[in-house]
Design a protein around this ligand. Structure first.
Ligand SMILES: [Zn+2]
Length: 147
C-alpha cells in the first residue's frame, strides 16, 4: 500500500518542527566544536571586517583567532555573496557613512589582495563614475522616448 509506505518514510516533516531544528543546531555545534569561540560580538566583528575587505589573516590577527577559524566561520556564515563583476552587482545604498567609497570588488574575498575599489562614488550610487557606468548601463532609447 502506497499510503502505508509514505507514513513510514516521512522524516522530513519531523525535522521541520522546532524541536527538530533545535536538535540539528545542537548537533552542528557539537560537530563544529570551534563554534564555542564565536560569541555574537565576535561574529559581528568578523562580518564588519570581512565587509571592509580585509584578508582572512588580517581579520584573524585583529580578532585574536586563527586564519582557519576565520575562513571556516565566514564560509559557514556565507559571508560571501560577493558580486562577480561579470554578473550584475547588487545595488546597495550605504547610508550614513562619511565619504562613501566605491564598493566595487577587486579580486576574491579571502584571498590576499582582495579589496574594494575605494574611489569617490557618484552621489547616490555605491560606485565611482567608472564602475557606476559598468553597473548601470542605461539604454539611450528610453531617454529619447521620455523626452
Ligand atoms: Zn570604482
Amino acid at each position: 500500500m502506497i499510503g502505508g509506505v509514505q507514513n513510514l518514510v516521512a522524516p522530513r516533516d519531523k525535522s521541520d518542527t522546532v524541536f527538530g531544528r533545535r536538535l540539528r543546531q545542537n548537533l552542528l555545534h557539537k560537530v563544529w566544536g570551534m563554534d564555542s569561540i564565536w560569541t555574537s560580538e565576535l561574529v559581528e566583528q568578523l562580518s564588519a571586517l570581512w565587509k571592509q575587505g580585509l584578508s582572512t589573516a588580517e581579520i584573524g590577527r585583529k580578532l585574536g583567532i586563527s586564519k582557519n577559524a576565520v575562513v571556516g566561520k565566514a564560509h559557514r556564515l556565507m559571508l560571501t555573496p560577493r558580486p562577480s563583476p561579470l554578473k550584475s552587482p547588487p545595488i546597495r545604498h550605504v547610508a550614513g557613512k562619511a565619504g562613501p567609497t566605491c564598493s566595487w570588488p577587486h579580486g576574491h574575498p579571502g584571498q590576499t589582495g582582495f579589496r574594494f575599489c575605494g574611489k569617490r562614488v557618484v552621489p547616490g550610487k555605491p560606485y565611482c563614475p567608472e564602475h557606476a557606468a559598468m553597473a548601470y548601463i542605461q539604454p539611450k532609447e528610453r531617454k529619447v522616448q521620455a523626452a
